[in-house]
Design a protein around this ligand. Structure first.
Ligand code: 3PG
Ligand code: MG
Length: 398
């Protein structure tokens, strides 16, 4: 039984007003939604509630308008995309509180769906201001949070409402929490973590938390250079945070104490410039020319990483191994992602991935659908992996 309330615990909601926090912070350009993944993720909850006869009132933020009405950050242009995904009409209210919301809600009948305007148009949202929470609460009888990706924010619509009325996890929130639980909360060992991306400085808390929990920590991407350099190896022109050498050494020492293997690249693909199809060569990690930069981990490193993936029961992945957005420096990320996907498909591996770049990298490798779970959350996924308490999740606990 989950530690939090889900839609299975809901009382009869026929004709009831259900306030549902969703994440509709979708990529949008030239007047259209360019990636509907987040809408697809919240669709099951909306459809289920509507099917049970609830008046489904959606609350969401869009961008960071900082408490002002910023017309470009209106949710109105998103309505059509939501209707398409849901295959159901969606009404819209020009304000998430006050008269516009009241009127729109008064016009609803059982099963109707309404989207309220950007909650962040009000200062009270991010401040979690009690008056604003009360104004939102006046719109509903029950509260459902299906926005894991905003759960690291203690905002009125993500946290405050949970103090005012019965709070339940939506289906996506539930799936996310269950996947994260099997990834790090209570995983099958061996657990291998792959952490990549550009900088160590943004991932220190993450690395420190992981070394206590996982059996091997694969470090790739630009941040690997910082670790390699901290071992006294010259990384040439590679992206490297030399001022974090001590931090890197401390992390390696702690890992050794807690029996966590740190897997660093043993070879790399280097080039003179950060450019697609830049002239490149593969060199041993201690042979990076002074005028070259490492843009991907090399094939020997990939073999080692895949050996770890093969041994693992559980894999958690955040951040690419190389500059996957420019070819051919996507090779290591694609190879490891494909291998992890293959092991997952064969039922040998539970694989959980998340974080903005990670999702694009898995998409690029064509394996997003083959992982056990891919989170659409950026900051929330990272904070969860850092072992932090997420206010939007805490409030749902029984
Ligand atoms: C996201 O896009 O990561 C979430 O919607 C949270 O948005 P925020 O970082 O602006 O709070
Ligand atoms: Mg963000």
């Amino acid at each position: 039984m989950p530690a939090f309330k889900t839609l299975d615990d809901l009382p009869d909601i026929n004709g009831k007003r259900v306030l549902v926090r969703v994440d509709l912070n979708v990529p949008f350009s030239d007047g259209r939604v360019t990636d509907t993944t987040r809408i697809e993720r919240v669709a099951p909850t909306i459809t289920e509630l509507s099917g049970k006869g609830a008046k489904v009132i959606l609350m969401a933020h869009f961008g960071r308008p900082k408490g002002q009405v910023v017309p470009e950050m209106s949710l109105k242009p998103i309505v059509h995309a939501v209707e398409e995904v849901l295959d159901h009409a969606v009404a819209f209210a020009d304000d998430c509180v006050g008269e516009p919301a009241e009127k729109a809600i008064a016009a609803m009948t059982a099963g109707d769906i309404l989207l309220l305007e950007n909650t962040r148009f009000h200062k009270g949202e991010e401040k979690n201001d009690p008056d604003f929470v009360a104004a939102l609460a006046a719109n509903g009888d029950v509260y459902v949070n299906d926005a894991f990706s905003a759960a690291h924010r203690a905002h009125a619509s993500t946290e405050g409402l949970g103090h005012h009325m019965p709070a339940y996890a939506g289906r996506t929130m539930q799936a996310e929490l269950e996947a994260l639980e099997s990834g790090l909360g209570n995983p099958k060992h061996p657990v291998v973590a792959i952490v990549g991306g550009a900088k160590v400085s943004t991932k220190i808390d993450l690395l420190e938390n992981l070394i206590d929990k996982v059996d091997a920590l694969v470090i790739g991407g630009g941040m690997a250079n910082t670790f390699v350099a901290a071992k006294g190896i010259d990384v040439g022109k590679s992206l490297c945070e030399h001022d974090l050498a001590d931090t890197a050494r401390t992390i390696m020492a702690k890992a050794e104490k807690s029996g966590c293997a740190i897997v660093l690249p043993v070879d790399g693909v280097v080039a003179g410039e950060f450019k697609a199809n830049a002239e490149n060569e593969t060199v041993a990690i201690d042979a990076i020319p002074a005028d070259k930069m490492m843009l991907d981990v090399g094939p020997q490193s990939v073999m080692t990483i895949n050996e770890w993936i093969e041994k693992a029961e559980t894999l958690v992945w955040n951040g690419p191994l190389g500059a996957f957005e420019i070819e051919p420096f996507d090779a290591a990320t694609v190879a490891a992602a494909k291998f992890a996907a293959e092991r997952t498909r064969a039922g040998k591996l539970t694989s959980v991935a998340g974080g903005g770049d990670t999702v694009s990298a898995l998409n690029h490798a064509g394996v997003k659908g083959d992982f056990s779970y891919v989170s659409t959350a950026g900051g929330a996924f990272l904070e969860w992996m850092e072992g932090k308490v997420l206010p939007g999740v805490e409030i749902l606990k029984k």
